[in-house]
Design a protein. Structure first.
Length: 256
């Protein structure tokens, strides 16, 4: 973990499979979006940001038809059937592992509500909080990259069972800076959404961001993070012990 080339100052971590299990990114999050999408857009389809997203999805559907991609039919004669067509199309996109900006934006809104209500919690491999805090204490800055949006990364790292890991991360990157296959060719996406206060149920989808970006040079924050990790481990140990005493199996999420 410490054998870095001399002069190393920054560590860039891929999120999926490096900090976070594939099962969370490829199954849990898409599954949650699918399950809650219809109910979400029923409630918020008239909110300007959501309304704009839905219009973009309709345009994408037309483009997919022209391109011969065979998306689900869009036969709607009222609002409810129109919303169901949107959900069917989004489910089709999710199956194809699309990272189209309109779908990604809508997913972000849905996931944010899931994190806010406690139905979702960010997942990282158990060793990551301690390792990241140690790297910070060594003066190394940590950045993350994912095809998922910057905001979705912040949701993951800000809501783990080990506490908020965002202070350990200097910057976040998504495919707006380029893909893994061709890093010199940025893709066209919308501007990255910034983190915000999570909305209350009556406030509709989230608004402008208030979670500040981390700052470099955080020896004290690294120490505090290590303490938070230890508290989280102690809580987890108590939970595991209680589960063993009650006869429940100790289920762990192995790496993919």
């Amino acid at each position: 973990m410490e054998n870095f080339p001399e002069g190393t100052k920054v560590i860039l971590l891929d999120v999926v499979g490096t900090t976070t299990p594939h099962s969370f990114a490829r199954a849990t999050l898409p599954g949650y979006a699918r399950e809650h999408m219809l109910e979400f857009i029923r409630r918020f389809h008239s909110i300007p940001e959501i309304k704009s997203d839905l219009a973009d999805l309709k345009r994408m559907h037309s483009e997919d038809i022209k391109a011969g991609e065979n998306p689900p039919a869009w036969d709607a004669d009222d609002l409810e059937s129109d919303l169901k067509c949107i959900v069917d199309y989004c489910s089709w996109l999710i199956t194809r592992e699309s990272i189209a900006p309109p779908l990604r934006y809508l997913d972000d809104f849905i996931w944010e509500e899931g994190y806010r209500t406690g139905q979702l919690n960010g997942e990282v491999y158990p060793e990551m909080p301690e390792v990241m805090a140690k790297w910070n204490s060594m003066g190394l800055e940590i950045c993350t990259y994912s095809a998922g949006s910057v905001f979705s990364q912040q949701l993951i790292f800000g809501t783990t069972r080990y506490g908020d890991l965002m202070p350990l991360i200097r910057a976040y990157f998504d495919n707006s800076v380029g893909s893994r296959e061709d890093p010199h060719r940025p893709k066209t996406t919308r501007p990255a959404r910034q983190s915000r206060h999570l909305a209350t149920p009556r406030a509709g989808p989230c608004r402008a961001g208030q979670i500040s970006q981390p700052t470099p040079g955080r020896q004290l924050q690294a120490h505090e993070a290590m303490q938070a990790v230890e508290r989280g481990r102690q809580r987890q140990q108590r939970d595991d012990d209680a589960g063993q005493h009650s006869g429940d199996p100790d289920v762990r999420d192995d790496r993919d």
